[in-house]
Design a protein around this ligand. Structure first.
Ligand code: CP3
Length: 388
């Protein structure tokens, strides 16, 4: 048998044994977050923070240089470098990487233009106006080629997994359909949500059709991220808190449930193993109980929840909670940081439970935080949850 025959034989065998193994990555040296997300008892709570690769890090500005934000997302070498920055700075203290990208790459893949305006945030020059507008029909009728349009994200994920060399797991993510719809019709951030409220209260059926379309793209996008090497996934519903309890049930929850139900099916179809799924319905404090039954393994919480009340609501359901320190504490004194960590450790009853908690902030880390204060936060979590 010639040499290349032997290698293809080995490759086929690997495929048979492990399912479709697209890439060979180094085994994980730290799988704490994966075990915690599946609800297992762990030696200490895993930690990462949303937006951990970003503007508060001087090395982010240095590596980004004068490049446009989306240019960084589209360049796998740059995106992987930025993803690794917090892992390198906080080596030994941090338990997950999250791929450097943005939730707004989905509207881009659906044919919309999105720009990132310096110091202002995202801007859609042509947001969706109403269902009668030609652009709505265009978006609804477009067959989105999720594999092709977002190929740069999968490449960035695969390259990042290689560069991580198994140090920590890599999280993939997408925006929730409701949050993406907000951006697609508001055209950017908003204070009064005039446009999206017009949509849900004036054109509920057309709104739901669009939400469903976005949800389908999300499932395919997340599945391809897993195929490329993402080991957990998070769905960011950053604007969930703009809905009332009743409108959340109509315009957010069904689509979050759709993703949780269909992603594992899709992964199975693709011959891939399931990955833990995290949902972050920011601001929807009234939906915590429902979020525990939406099919996710982990529910991410903002800082409006007390850990004690959270544990009561979760009850004996096999849900891991992620969160939920007020990101603003990182502007405070070290004594305040210690106090917030102590309150969480006690509130989540860590000493007795040893499971069901992934430490995070209640939202993304904000600009102007001193990275060394984040280090102190991490160190305090390690110190206060140490078991000897
Ligand atoms: O480190 C990480 O968490 C990974 C990277 C990441 C970014 N955006 C990079 C980014 C992630 C997970 C996101 C998700 C995202 N993007 C969300 C959900 C999380 C949340 O904060 O609620 C949202 C709502 C967006 C949309 C978005 N992107 C906004 C509103 C802004 C501008 C305001 C801001 O907070 O920065 C962005 C820009 C953005 N996304 C930056 C980064 C590092 C800043 C770009 C820059 O100015 O250099």
């Amino acid at each position: 048998m010639e040499c290349h025959d032997l290698s293809s034989f080995t490759k086929i065998k690997i495929n048979l044994h492990f399912g479709v193994m697209e890439h060979a990555f180094e085994p994980l040296k730290n799988d704490l977050i994966i075990r915690a997300a599946w609800g297992q008892k762990v030696e200490r709570p895993p930690i990462w923070v949303m937006r951990q690769a970003g503007r508060y890090l001087p090395e982010y500005h240095q590596a980004k240089g004068t490049r446009d934000f989306f240019e960084c997302c589209r360049d796998p070498e740059v995106a992987s470098t930025l993803t690794l920055q917090p892992i390198e700075r906080f080596a030994g203290l941090i338990d997950a990487a999250i791929i450097f990208s943005d939730i707004l790459v989905i509207p881009q893949a659906m044919g919309m233009t999105v720009e990132m305006v310096d110091k202002k945030g995202p801007h859609f020059p042509n947001p969706l106006k109403s269902p009668d507008d030609g652009q709505y029909a265009e978006v609804m009728n477009k067959k989105v080629d999720v594999a092709k349009e977002l190929d740069y994200v999968y490449k960035a994920i695969t390259l990042t997994r290689k560069k991580l060399q198994g140090r920590v797991p890599l999280i993939g993510f997408c925006g929730a359909p409701w949050t993406l719809l907000c951006y697609m019709v508001e055209g950017g951030g908003s204070k009064i949500f005039k446009e999206v409220k017009t949509w849900i209260y004036k054109y509920p059926e057309e709104t739901k059709a669009l939400l469903q379309k976005i949800a389908e793209v999300c499932v395919e996008y997340l599945a391809l991220q897993v195929k490329a090497g993402a080991q957990l996934i998070q769905v960011f519903d950053s604007w969930a808190g703009e809905l009332s309890p009743s409108s959340f049930k109509k315009f957010s929850q069904p689509y979050l449930e759709y993703i949780a139900k269909h992603l594992p099916r899709k992964l199975k179809e693709m011959g891939l193993d399931p990955v833990p799924m995290i949902v972050f319905p920011k601001g929807a404090w009234y939906a915590l109980d429902a979020a525990c039954d939406m099919g996710y393994n982990v529910v991410g919480l903002d800082w409006l929840h007390s850990p004690e009340q959270t544990l009561k609501t979760v009850g004996d359901r096999p849900i891991t909670i992620q969160g939920n320190a007020d990101p603003g504490v990182l502007y405070g004194s070290h004594a305040s940081i210690t106090e917030v960590v102590e309150e969480m450790v006690k509130g989540y009853d860590w000493a007795n439970r040893k499971k069901g908690w992934i430490v995070n902030l209640g939202h993304g880390i904000t600009p102007f935080v001193n990275p060394e204060d984040l280090r102190f936060f991490f160190q305090e979590v390690h110190r206060l949850t140490k078991t000897d």
